[in-house]
Design a protein around this ligand. Structure first.
Ligand code: HPA
Length: 275
């Protein structure tokens, strides 16, 4: 057996023992920077801290908590990752994406992932939500590099319609019903941790990106490899137009994410109810 598969089996065995009779999750949710509150809305919940879980990396970012939250949203069984791992923190891409392997092995068939991102589309505003229609992997790496375990997914996964178009459409419909404005656009994933230069923002605009961020791309690559259906959503926490760029810091990004959180939570909640 491949080493990764053996680790996954150990982790899943532990989680199942810890969670007792919790039903297996249908939907997995990864909550981005400053966007952890959705976990509060989960009903009948039971949490498991990352540090207790064998083979799980530990969370270090100050705005992230570090636990798996199991429970219900509507009639769906969910598991939310409150706290995620970034490559820029020093975690390998195997570590960053390990929880995605785990939620798949626990039975999830859909992944909902949120993040804070810089907006490069001139139509975007602070606090806008953007349903991700596609992504550009600009991290310079890929979590699937290395021997492929065919039991986890194919060697050359197809990435046409990486983000499920039906879920994007459903999100658009729900946003309209709820009076939430929802942008749709392309997310470009970078490693960070620095924010980008003006020249980089200009380049990203030219190559077709609408928003930029330091997460999501590795997890989504592994999720698709594993056969999960994916919905991604960005909160535009800062405006990254090269001509009018102003200095921005992480506290402002977190503040904007927190302010936009109620509408994000509402949209994701309703989307999961109706998946
Ligand atoms: N770049 C620029 N602005 C951002 C980012 C990023 O990676 N993430 C959130 N806001």
């Amino acid at each position: 057996m491949h080493e990764l598969k053996a680790k996954i089996n150990e982790t899943v065995k532990f989680i199942k023992e810890e969670m007792g009779r919790m039903p297996q999750p249908d939907v997995a949710i990864i909550l981005g920077t400053g966007l952890g509150n959705l976990a509060e809305q989960i009903k009948d919940k039971k949490s498991l801290e990352y540090w207790k879980i064998p083979h799980f990396p530990l969370s270090t970012v100050k705005s992230h908590k570090g636990e798996l939250v199991f429970g219900k949203i509507g009639d769906k069984n969910v598991v939310a990752m409150e706290g995620r791992f970034h490559n820029y923190e020093g975690y390998t891409l195997d570590e960053v994406t390990y929880p995605v392997r785990i939620v798949k092995a626990l039975g999830a068939n859909t992944l909902v992932v949120s993040n804070a991102a810089g907006g490069m589309n001139p139509k975007y505003n602070y606090g806008d939500l953007m349903a991700i229609t596609d992504h550009i992997n600009f991290t310079g790496s890929n979590p699937l590099i290395g021997p492929n375990d065919d039991s986890l997914g194919p060697r050359f996964p197809d990435f046409c319609d990486l983000y499920d178009p039906q879920l994007v459409e459903l999100a658009g419909k729900i946003a309209k019903e709820e009076g939430i404005s929802l942008q749709k656009g392309v997310y470009i994933g970078v490693t960070g941790p620095n924010l980008e230069t003006r020249a980089e923002y200009k380049f990203f605009q030219v190559i077709g990106a609408d928003a930029v961020g330091m997460s999501t791309v590795p997890e989504v690559i592994v999720a698709k490899h594993a056969g999960l259906r994916i919905f991604g959503i960005s909160v535009i926490t800062d405006i990254c137009l090269p001509e009018t760029l102003k200095p921005c810091n992480i506290d402002e990004i977190i503040k904007t994410a927190n302010e936009a959180e109620p509408k994000l939570t509402k949209l994701i909640y309703k989307l999961i109810e109706r998946i």
